[in-house]
Each structure stands twice: as structure tokens, then as C-alpha cells.
Design a protein around this ligand. Structure first.
Ligand SMILES: Nc1ncnc2c1ncn2[C@@H]1O[C@H](COP(=O)(O)OP(=O)(O)OP(=O)(O)O)[C@@H](O)[C@H]1O
Ligand SMILES: [Mg+2]
Length: 306
């Protein structure tokens, strides 16, 4: 058998035995897709999602999309949009540059989303703060009474929800994921995350993802069994994927968006970050103490002279 055939067979095995495996005792999978701009990251993930919807009709699919670029969720046949109460979502068409209406269900709690989510479609969620996704993943691991119990979460451009240089609350959320990554998978949650630049993503998170897929132009991680020169030879529509010491090649279809439009989040409430507020208070206290110390030193100096 040629090396090329072997790679394709191994790739199929990872798809069958891990990505499309639904053994509750083994739990779910988590996968990162890396590749430069336009290399097909979203297409590969959507290809897997389309197949997931086809194979597992009663599973819930949650979708995180970026607000900085045209939406990707409209590649999936059916979707419903959820927006966190406290903001309004606006939809702008790229061709006409006009705003248009879309049905949105506004929610106040994770329960609202989970209980209303529909199987077989993309349940697209917009949170006010992106790191709320990490709390939501943690919530999902404890909730399995809908459908088959399985949940697949797609995180487009996941550096937005778990940035490498997160501060205070964001940093804590990244650690929360890192601590619970295994339990999230065991809670029947599958995660597909993609990024253009893996160094923008929190180290706490990326090192916990089980599967890595590389597209043309991606830089391979040092620990991967995949060789850089194999990634350099990839064509459009091909990916190399590794799972522990196993690796192989998978292929995916072109991505064709339908209507091209963007979502804007108009936040209506004041966001109060408790940690940042507390840090601010401490900064002020430290400043006061420094002033007192300076006064004290001045007095001491004067006493010395005396
Ligand atoms: N299998 C394929 N064969 C041919 N063209 C493809 C294939 N997959 C994707 N493309 C094309 O490549 C372009 C980029 O695809 P895609 O948006 O998936 O890439 P991306 O890596 O997610 O890009 P970005 O960095 O902008 O998010 C699209 O125009 C798409 O139609
Ligand atoms: Mg993309």
C-alpha cells in the first residue's frame, strides 16, 4: 500500500474512532484546526459539523461566530440565533450595506439556551463577553437530558474567547477550562475550535485539546508526529490531523457562503468586571500607603537632621 493511501486510511480511522464516535464511557473529543487566512479552517470544521448533523440528528450543536467578519453559520442549512439579554444584535448585508431583520431569541440564563436549543440545527449564541463561552462549556458538561445527551460546540476563531494575554477574569476562565477540560469531554461535550494564529490562544487551553489538524501553510507543533514538510505539501481541501501518536490525512469540501452578512453586538448595559474593580481599589490603597510612607520618610529625615 502506498504511503498516500495509508495516510488517508489513518485519517478515516481518526474520524470514525474519535470524531464520529459516540461512546459515552469514552466521552467527547476536542479538536483544534490551525491554518493561515483562507486556508480552509472554517470549511473543514463545517464539513465535520455537516456530517455530525447528518449522522446524529438528536444532538445539540452550539456555534460561536466572530462579529469582526462575515458570519460563517449560514453555511449550515438551518440555524437559530440566541443573544444575551443586555445587548441587541444587528445584521448588516455586505452587498447592499443595509441592516435587515433576523429572528433572535434573547436569553438571561444558560438554562434558557439549553432548554430551547433545537437538535439538527446550528444554535448560534452571542454572549456579551466572549469568555462566557468557557462558563457555558462548563455548564454543558452537567446537562445531558436533551436528545442523546451529546453536545457539539463549534468555536470559530477561538482566540477571542481564550486569548493568550487574558487579564483578571479572562485569565481565570482560561484556567477554569484547563482544570475541567477532561470533565467537559466526559460530560459528552465535543469541541471544535479554530484559529489562524495558535500563539494568540491561551496556552492553558490549547494544550488540553486532544486532536490537532493542520492546513496548508500551518506551522506544526514540536510535539506533533506530523512532519512540517508533509503540511507544506498539502493542497486546498486537505488537512493533516493528529491524535496522540496517530496521524493521517482528511479531505473536505469547498466552503460556499450564501448571503454574506455581519453581526454587530450593541451592548446596552454597563459591564462591570468585579475583579478589575477590586484591582482598581487595591491600586488606590497602595497609592495612599506609598504617600504615607513618603511622609513618614520625610519626618524621619527631618528627625535625623535635628
Ligand atoms: N476543499 C476546498 N476546495 C477548494 N476551495 C476551497 C475548499 N475549502 C475552502 N475553499 C475556499 O477557500 C476559501 C477560504 O476558506 P475558509 O473560509 O474555510 O478558510 P479560513 O481558513 O476559515 O479563512 P479565514 O482565515 O478567513 O477565516 C473560500 O473561498 C473557500 O471557498
Ligand atoms: Mg474562517
Amino acid at each position: 500500500m502506498s504511503k498516500v493511501d495509508r495516510m488517508t486510511i489513518e485519517g478515516k480511522k481518526i474520524l470514525q474512532n474519535v470524531i464520529f464516535n459516540r461512546d459515552k464511557s469514552e466521552g467527547g473529543f476536542s479538536m483544534e484546526t490551525v491554518g493561515p487566512q483562507g486556508s480552509g479552517k472554517t470549511s473543514l470544521d463545517l464539513h465535520i459539523i455537516d456530517k455530525t448533523i447528518e449522522k446524529f440528528r438528536d444532538e445539540l450543536l452550539f456555534f460561536r461566530d466572530s462579529t469582526e467578519s462575515p458570519v460563517q453559520f449560514n453555511r449550515i442549512d438551518k440555524w437559530h440565533i440566541y443573544g444575551q439579554e443586555g445587548m441587541k444584535l444587528k445584521f448588516r448585508d455586505y452587498d447592499t450595506n443595509k441592516y435587515f431583520n433576523q429572528p433572535v431569541t434573547y436569553f438571561t440564563s444558560f438554562d434558557d439556551i439549553y432548554e430551547n436549543a433545537e437538535p439538527g440545527i446550528a444554535n448560534v449564541i452571542y454572549f456579551i463577553r466572549e469568555h462566557t463561552w468557557i462558563d457555558f462549556l462548563n455548564y454543558l458538561r452537567r446537562h445531558m437530558h436533551r436528545g442523546s445527551g451529546w453536545k457539539t460546540v463549534f468555536l470559530e476563531e477561538y482566540e477571542d474567547i481564550a486569548p493568550q494575554y487574558a487579564k483578571s477574569t479572562g485569565w481565570k476562565k482560561n484556567q477554569l477550562y484547563s482544570k475541567n477540560a477532561k470533565n467537559i469531554r466526559k460530560g459528552l461535550v465535543n469541541t471544535l475550535a479554530n484559529t489562524q494564529n495558535k500563539s494568540d490562544v491561551s496556552y492553558f487551553i490549547r494544550t488540553k485539546l486532544m486532536i490537532r489538524s493542520y492546513l496548508r501553510g500551518a506551522k506544526v507543533d514540536d510535539i506533533s508526529p506530523i512532519q512540517q514538510k508533509a503540511v507544506d505539501k498539502l493542497k486546498m481541501g486537505e488537512a493533516l490531523i493528529d491524535y496522540g501518536t496517530n496521524f493521517g490525512k482528511i479531505t473536505f469540501d469547498p466552503y460556499r457562503p450564501k448571503q454574506i452578512f455581519e453581526v454587530e453586538k450593541v451592548i446596552e448595559i454597563e459591564i462591570v468586571d468585579e475583579e478589575e474593580q477590586a484591582a482598581e481599589k487595591y491600586k488606590n490603597k497602595i497609592k495612599k500607603l506609598e504617600r504615607k510612607l513618603r511622609d513618614f520618610e520625610e519626618i524621619m529625615d527631618r528627625l535625623d537632621i535635628a
